[in-house]
Design a protein around this ligand. Structure first.
Ligand SMILES: [Zn+2]
Length: 723
């Protein structure tokens, strides 16, 4: 029996693009460039050249060419030598597989094995095995490696001259020395070309052209595209030939864009970047750039798979989850005021506050405070579970560990999983199955058991994300050729990571920019670094229209125009809009109240909690006007505590350096700019404030009652338990 497999040798790992173009390769374990035998047919020019040169009766014999053998025996006996020549391609294949010293006995074994091989292999299979294992000089083994090393292209592009050279080379592999004038080798090649012309495989014009071709003068390096992907696949599929889903054209353009941006950002000491492009239709990765090519220190790190602080990039998922669960409707007002949540004081990027802001705007403007408060309402642990259900596998700490900072970059995610989740959202809108990302053409599609995104929530989220302005203050609506993209950027704490991810119905582009070493840099702002690179990539991808609005999955609801909540009893202006089904269970508008002293329902006022209102009126003059002209509701209090909040609060005082207990800073806002507030602690007057209402207090452990009173005798009380 023949051993199976016949060849027990290590192979080069070779990674191809979706059309069979070589992206890159890694040398075999024995340091040989030996490509595994491929699935595709051998180049017919090479087959013609090989058979003409080595074994012209190849298709007619059964492994042994007795005609040639008889002649060889005669010649060898005359010259008194061990049998040489007369080896068929089948016998030579066996010799390559057995790799034993050439003796009379060995020759016999080769013939026997060759005969057996012809019984169990087709002629095509034998030719392929020969071509894949023939020596081509140095550490170049097999036709594919030889074609790349000597001619810098794959075997499908071989010319007649190249095919002829590769046919003669295994017989005298020592003859090839690129760069050296090698007349002997050229003569052998030319003789073979002449023989093929004689047999009418080439016409005289082809022959003339072939004769004029020079021998290769240098050894070429193999292609080096998607090096990080090739390295990863080399680890997981060593020695295999892998047809990936990468599109070499797109990959090349992405790599060029990354190279350009690396050059641009290098002076700002930003050294690393990574890009993933996916095709939404089949959830396949079409470009994979693991790092920038220049960084010698950490350029080898595959950042696509490295967990990095998420910055704001998870906010769209919170918006989608909250819509899906009916926590909010698309325009529900969220508070945007200074807050202190057990010592956690998130602030907006520009330190400004709107008082109250519609949820979709809070998302598109990436406001931190409203999103933190939305997360508190939705629940950290529930949100973590949602992200895990969307296959964010790196968020595996305790929910308490992350706390509310989860939405501002307290957790780490990978670019791969981010691209995957955006692709799933795009699939949800398109109404196609949500699949996990694939990169090898052989991988079966993997579907989520429970698809993470509902069609209406994904649609509403992407609609909120398309309203963002482009970086550099370019308004995409003014540029007709620019396509509509749902996109989001993010910057992590300490400016360590800049993210941008965008989607059209066809493609998702995800970009990370930063320093692999984790070094922060204030130039690293998502919208100014990762964002422009993402748009550049979109600009060379085939364009697509915006998503078609799904017809199913929504319910119609009457919504208060001012608050974005479901219409309440006293709401005045309303809109009918599409919402997620669970939105029907969300709260009705709590801000429209009956005006004081009028018949119920006759006239109503829009009244926000005071802290919200105080900031809100600065951007909404009509709100300020309404509240001074109409009488406000009886229960309305113009003061509100910002810290602490609620009627009871437990606080522990931080210890000072010298061990003495620290102070606590109370803070409230008043609707009227110039109001005076008088502070009382445990019934005793302490101090008064105007404009900014902050009070530092030394308090003994125990329970204290804080009372704030304004000039109109409105009051606010808080019971403080100091530990
Ligand atoms: Zn309302």
């Amino acid at each position: 029996m023949l051993p199976n497999p016949l060849f027990q040798v290590p192979y080069t790992t070779a990674v191809y693009d979706r059309n069979g173009q070589l992206l890159g390769a890694r040398i075999a374990a024995d340091d040989q460039w030996r490509f595994p035998p491929g699935d595709s047919a051998l180049n017919p020019k090479y087959v013609t050249a090989l058979i003409s040169y080595e074994d012209k009766r190849f298709y007619r014999h059964c492994g042994i060419d007795f005609l040639a053998l008889g002649r060889a025996i005669r010649q060898n006996i005359q010259r008194n030598r061990i049998i040489s020549g007369a080896s068929t391609i089948t016998m030579q294949t066996i010799r390559l597989a057995r790799n034993r010293p050439r003796t009379f006995w060995e020759k016999g074994v080769e013939m026997l094995w060759a005969f057996r091989m012809e019984l169990s292999y087709s002629k095509e299979e034998i030719l392929k095995l020969y071509a894949a294992h023939a020596p081509f000089g140095g550490n170049v083994v097999g036709l594919e490696a030889a074609s790349w090393r000597y001619f810098n292209h794959g075997t499908e592009e071989l010319s007649w001259a190249e095919a002829a050279l590769l046919a003669v080379l295994p017989n005298s592999p020592a003859l090839i020395r690129p760069g050296k004038n090698n007349q002997l080798l050229k003569n052998k090649r030319d003789q073979l070309l002449a023989k093929m012309k004689e047999n009418r495989y080439l016409n005289s014009e082809e022959f003339q052209l072939a004769m004029e071709e020079e021998l290769p003068t240098t050894l070429h390096a193999l292609p080096q595209m998607a090096p990080h992907l090739v390295a990863t696949l080399h680890k997981t599929h060593p020695g295999e030939q892998i047809r990936s889903s990468i599109d070499a054209d797109i990959q090349q353009q992405v790599e060029q864009a990354v190279e350009r941006w690396s050059g641009k950002l290098a002076p700002a000491r930003i050294r690393n970047m990574a890009v993933v492009v996916t095709s939404v239709r089949n959830s396949q990765v079409v470009a994979y750039c693991g790092n920038s090519p220049y960084d010698r220190l950490s350029g080898h790190v595959d950042i696509v798979r490295s967990p990095r602080s998420s910055g704001s990039i998870l906010k769209p998922f919170l918006y989608a989850a909250a819509l899906q669960e009916g926590t909010i409707l698309p325009h529900t007002l969220l508070p945007d005021v200074p807050v202190n949540l057990n010592g956690f004081s998130p602030h907006n990027f520009n330190y400004l506050y709107d008082g109250a802001v519609p949820a979709d705007q809070a998302l598109s403007r990436s406001l931190n405070v409203p999103m933190v408060l939305l997360l508190r309402q939705y629940g950290v642990s529930k949100f973590q579970q949602f992200l895990q259900s969307a296959d964010f596998t790196t968020l595996n700490r305790n929910a308490d560990d992350y706390g509310l900072s989860l939405i501002l970059g307290g957790g780490e995610v990978t670019l791969w999983e981010l691209a995957q989740a955006y692709t799933a959202m795009a699939n949800a809108i398109n109404g196609t199955p949500q699949q996990k990302l694939r990169i090898s053409a052989r991988e079966q599609p993997a579907y989520w058991k429970q698809p993470p995104f509902s069609q209406p929530a994904a649609w509403l989220t992407f609609n909120a994300l398309k309203e963002l302005n482009r970086p550099e203050e370019i308004d995409w609506k003014e540029i007709p050729s620019m396509q509509t993209i749902a996109w989001k950027t993010g910057t992590s704490f300490g400016f360590r990571d800049a993210w941008a991810v965008g989607a059209t119905p066809k493609y998702v582009v995800a970009v990370w920019v930063g320093n692999a070493t984790g070094e922060g840099n204030s130039s690293l702002i998502g919208a100014h670094t990762a964002g422009p690179l993402m748009f550049e990539v979109f600009n060379f991808l085939p364009r697509s229209r915006w998503f078609t609005q799904p017809q199913q999955g929504f319910v119609r609801a009457e919504v208060c125009r001012q608050s974005g909540h479901l219409k309440g009893r006293f709401c005045t202006e309303t809109d009918t809009m599409n919402i997620c089904p669970k939105g029907l269970f969300s709260d009705a508008c709590p801000y429209h109240q009956p005006a004081k002293g009028t018949e119920e329902g006759a006239q109503s006022v829009f009244l926000l909690p005071p802290a919200w209102g105080w900031y809100y009126q600065q951007k909404h003059p009509e709100y300020a006007a309404q509240n001074s002209s109409t009488q406000t509701a009886a229960s309305h209090n113009p003061m509100q505590f910002i810290y602490p909040t609620g009627n009871y609060a437990k606080v522990s005082l931080p210890k000072q350096m010298d061990g003495s207990p620290g102070t606590i800073t109370l803070e409230l806002v008043h609707e009227q700019d110039d109001a005076m507030v008088f502070w009382h602690v445990d019934g005793s007057y302490m101090s008064s404030t105007q404009f900014i209402h902050k009070l530092n207090l030394h308090l003994e452990p125990g329970t204290h009652r804080i009372t704030a009173i304004d000039e109109k005798e409105n009051r606010q009380n808080i019971t403080l338990i100091v530990e």
